[in-house]
Design a protein around this ligand. Structure first.
Ligand code: CTP
Length: 396
């Protein structure tokens, strides 16, 4: 792991601690600039290894030289990476230990940028980033928000835990390699007039966590999402939709011939039959009556496709009689599996970061106890991958 000079260098120290906690062997390269912010001694204490600082340092080269260091790593992560480091990487420079190691390693390279928002927005930086991406270098972040210099905007180093999560995807299982997965997520929004709508409290977190877990397991993932405040996970194709009809049409097109379809969206059951073209004025009428018509059932339509996905998995978010409602929904919609969760429980209600679910199949049921939505998603994906690998078991 390499740390470049910047105020965010201290977060690099935290990332080393988190990587060690995950069981990784970490060797740290500190640039000259980074040493103005953080000492080699700190990094040595955190990594439990000697810290590498110079490209050509007799004593360091006698231990592990720069080429050996580059060969030793399974992954090189540069966090924080300044605009200058990104520029030097883009141009293949080898003028310090960090950039030389990046050139000399056969391991994947990941870069977590941190810089002033104007420097981030500069065309030179953006063009350099495109070059790095084209060469397969993973760009992690940056985050948005208040900066050390007082500016507000993109350029903050992501939190170490988020960088760790992105790095872990590099070492993910390949359980869903070559599988095509389509996931719906979030709410749908049904217009009343150009400024008002009907919708629900779905945050999209569970669907996005599933999309991330499927991508990390090697799947080709299409995420059909209603309006949410979440960024799509890496390597996931996002199709943004608004209404249930749009979600239906996108799902029918994308799910055709897919291996796995997961309906995690909270699709609005009804839409306004005739949304007003102009904003409805309250003075124009003392009462307002909206006529609602039923929306198509997206997941039931996916089950009717001629080239139905091998596994179709729905959700049942219930406030009472969780298991019996969920079992009924599985049969009524023709699903292979229903994932039932109790949204009346504050730990697992809409918008929560945690969930506890029951997986309900035709022949077996399984409970996954309260955990973060990401952990629950990973467990679900592992179970689904196992079922997909035994086609005869798809409906068990
Ligand atoms: N679903 C769907 N299209 C709809 C309604 C629901 O695809 N128009 C999917 C959801 O994505 C979920 C499952 O069906 O996977 C169950 O959703 P839920 O809202 O619990 O079921 P409903 O059929 O709407 O039943 P109810 O609202 O009466 O409980």
């Amino acid at each position: 792991m390499a740390i470049a000079g910047g105020i965010a260098a201290y977060k690099g120290a935290e990332l080393v601690r988190l990587l060690k906690k995950q069981g990784a062997d970490v060797r740290v390269i500190l640039s000259r600039g980074a040493r103005e912010f953080i000492t080699p001694l700190t990094m040595q204490a955190l990594s439990g290894e000697p810290v590498h600082t110079e490209l050509l340092d007799e004593s360091a080269e006698a231990g592990m030289g720069h080429i050996e260091l580059a060969r030793w790593a399974d992954l090189l992560v540069i966090a924080p990476a300044t605009a200058d480091v990104i520029a030097r990487l883009a141009h293949g420079r080898a003028d310090d230990l960090m950039t030389t190691a990046a050139l000399a390693t056969a391991a994947p390279v990941a870069v977590a940028p941190a810089m002033n928002q104007q420097m981030w927005a500069n065309a030179a930086t953006q063009e350099n980033l495109i070059l790095l991406t084209q060469r397969g270098i993973q760009i992690i972040g940056p985050d948005q928000g208040e900066q050390a210099c007082g500016d507000v905007g993109p350029g903050r180093l992501l939190e170490p835990a988020q960088i760790l999560q992105a790095l872990q995807s590099r070492f993910s299982s390949r359980q869903l390699d070559n599988k095509k997965v389509v996931i719906t997520a979030g709410p749908t929004v049904e217009a009343i007039d150009p400024v008002r709508f009907l919708s629900n409290h779905s945050s999209g977190k569970m669907g996005y966590a599933l999309a991330r877990a499927c991508a990390e397991a090697g799947a080709e993932v299409t995420l059909i999402s209603g309006p949410v405040h979440l960024s799509p996970p890496d390597r996931v194709r996002l199709l943004s939709v608004t209404s249930a009809i749009e979600m239906h049409d996108a799902s029918i097109q994308e799910a055709d011939g897919a291996d796995l379809f997961i309906g995690a969206a909270a699709v609005a059951d009804f839409r306004v039959s005739n949304p007003a073209r102009e904003k409805i004025k309250k003075n124009a009428q003392p009462d307002l009556t909206l006529t609602l018509v039923e929306n198509p059932d997206v997941i039931a339509a996916v089950c009717q496709l001629a080239r139905r996905p091998t596994l179709v998995v729905g959700f049942a978010a219930e406030t009472s009689d969780l298991l019996s409602h969920a079992r009924e929904k599985r049969v009524k919609k023709g699903l292979d599996l229903v994932i039932a969760n109790d949204v009346s429980d504050p730990h697992t209600s809409f918008g929560s970061d945690q969930n506890a679910v029951h997986l309900i199949g035709a022949l077996s049921e399984q409970h996954l106890a309260l955990a973060s939505k990401q952990v629950i998603a990973e467990k679900i994906v592992s179970i689904l991958a196992e079922r997909l690998s035994e086609p005869a078991a798809a409906s068990s």
